[in-house]
Design a protein around this ligand. Structure first.
Ligand code: ARG
Length: 387
């Protein structure tokens, strides 16, 4: 009589899944960290904690391991060879929007590290049955505004025209002179305060102006990009605990910027202008003017980051490293999940060894995820997470 009926207890459906994910994770943690002793006593303690509270608190070591394994499990990432080197900032007691923003800006400075970029994650308060975690709306800590002009032309990053509009409607005031690289405010939403916007301080925004090793006019295009990509809207899931605010970064692979951000026709779409300046014949596709211009944009990206002492890698080197990572994982007796469509670089795919094989796709255990609503929020500033 005193036990609530399972379907009436708000967490009951959740609890079985939390218990089983926690058990799997703790077994993995103790198997891969023999110094941490036997798993059984820890699992028993965690089961009691879950029964009492609906959730549990990771130890510092479990959190760091969980975050590193989430990276190791991320099927889209070609840069996983260094998964053990991830620095984990334990900020689980931080849940106030202003404090989250301040720590995010510190993350940008610490990860930049004078150009010698450090892979890093900041883990803020988790979701609990008592209080949902804070949410960061922006896809990355640094994103450039996009302004749709009446002519149809876009100033800035076309990916974010809708997001930029939403923030303007919420009261963000763009610079008087709008430019192609205006950093958007960071939006942090909490259940108490709703969404709040925070200006990203200039000293947290490190950028590289692009120049080309041989084409002197390239610098005159006035193109630049930020040094550190910090993904900020993915949920870190570890053993049945979810951390929706857990921004993380590695360093860039050149093609992400040169082939996609600057090359995609629905992003900065630089290829036609660069081809014209190079004097290529753009009247005939078979001259491969698009391919030739794309290569030069990518050379400019790699060259400029190197000249400015900012860590970057090229897609040939990174492809070889990834296959080395796969070998190591297999030697450890683990399956390494990988998504071919994300792993193969967006240019010269067939020139990289990762192109010429298939991969295991199934992932379980710690990971980074983004649901549909979160993705929408990062692109359109809607729907809000709470109310
Ligand atoms: N592709 C994204 C961008 O161009 C960054 C994704 C993460 N990349 C990384 N190298 N860790 O901004």
């Amino acid at each position: 009589m005193s036990q609530p009926a399972p379907e009436r207890c708000p967490w009951s459906t959740g609890i079985e899944s939390v218990r089983s994910k926690a058990t799997d994770f703790l077994e993995l943690f103790h198997a891969e960290n023999p110094d941490s002793g036997p798993a059984a006593p820890r699992i028993a303690a965690v089961m009691r904690e879950i029964d009492l509270t609906g959730t549990y608190w990771h130890t510092t070591a479990e959190l760091a391991f969980g975050a590193r394994v989430a990276w190791r499990n991320n099927a889209r990432c070609i840069g996983r060879l260094y998964w053990r080197s991830l620095r984990v900032r334990d900020l689980r007691t931080v849940s106030d929007a202003g404090e989250v923003a301040t720590h995010c800006f510190d993350h940008l400075r610490a990860a930049h590290n004078g150009g010698k970029i450090r892979p890093m994650i900041s883990v803020f308060a988790p979701d609990t049955p008592f209080r949902p975690a804070p949410r960061i709306w922006n896809e990355q800590l640094i994103r450039y505004a996009g302004y749709a002009q009446p002519s149809g032309r876009v100033i800035g990053d076309p990916r974010y025209t809708s997001f930029t509009d939403a923030l303007i409607r919420r009261g963000w005031r763009p610079p008087v002179l709008t430019g192609d690289f205006d950093v958007l405010p960071l939006v942090v939403e909490t259940v108490e305060d709703g969404p709040r916007m925070f200006h990203v301080p200039d000293d947290a925004v490190h950028e590289v102006p692009l120049e080309h090793p041989e084409l002197p006019w390239f610098a005159g295009l006035g193109v630049r990009w930020h040094a550190v990509p910090v993904i900020s809207n993915n949920t870190l899931e570890i053993g049945g605990v979810t951390y929706p605010a857990a921004p993380f970064n590695g360093w860039y692979m050149g093609t992400e910027i040169g082939a996609r951000n600057l090359g995609d026709t629905d992003r900065y779409a630089l290829v036609p202008e660069v081809a014209e300046r190079m004097g290529l014949d753009t009247s005939d596709e078979s001259t491969l003017w698009r391919d030739r211009a794309l290569v030069e944009i990518n050379r400019a990206v790699l060259h400029s980051y190197q000249v400015h002492g900012v860590t970057i890698t090229d897609h040939h080197t990174e492809s070889r490293r990834f296959l080395l990572h796969l070998e190591r994982e297999e030697r450890e007796g683990r399956q390494c999940p990988a998504d071919w469509t994300w792993i193969v670089p967006p240019m010269s795919g067939s020139q990289t060894p990762v192109f010429h094989r298939y991969y295991d796709a199934e992932v379980d255990g710690p990971n980074f995820t983004a649901d549909r609503e979160t993705t929408q929020r990062g692109l359109h500033g809607t729907p809000t997470a709470f109310r």
